[in-house]
Design a protein. Structure first.
Length: 139
């Protein structure tokens, strides 16, 4: 998969201003072209999270849409539908053990998890994971 290759082998591109956002825009375009149901699901997740009190969305520093609760990042969605959430190590262990999430695609031993949004059937699970990450950021 090109995303995994780019993240592992081309990570130096992240140091170039705007490069991660350009790469993610290409991912988003290919997702819309080849996986329109995934793009619709991603858009639904973003639309719902935008309505949460205290939540702000914006461009993520490594591309994609970032979700920021009270100024701190809780989660982000890459243009290919990969959702990353900071849930803490204890929550990570439980979510991975229960099959609700995967270890983070780059930092598997951290408090981050990854989850693939593939279609409408994943919207509810994605929202639950973002809620867990947001709850960690305070009441």
């Amino acid at each position: 998969m090109f995303f995994a290759f780019a993240v592992r082998r081309l990570k130096w591109l992240a140091a170039i201003p705007g490069a991660p956002q350009i790469f993610d825009t290409m991912l988003l375009g290919s997702t819309g072209l080849f996986f329109p149901a995934r793009l619709r699901a991603m858009s639904e997740v973003e639309a719902q999270v935008r309505q949460w009190p205290g939540m702000r969305t914006g461009v993520h520093r490594l591309g994609g849409i970032g979700f920021f609760f009270r100024g701190k990042e809780s989660s982000h969605i890459h243009g290919n539908g990969l959702l990353d959430c900071f849930v803490g190590r204890a929550n990570r262990d439980e979510l991975v053990r229960d099959g609700r999430a995967l270890p983070h695609h780059i930092f598997p031993r951290s408090g981050w998890i990854s989850f693939w949004i593939k279609g409408d059937e994943d919207v509810r699970s994605a929202l639950e994971l973002i809620r867990i990450a947001t709850d960690r950021r305070g009441p």
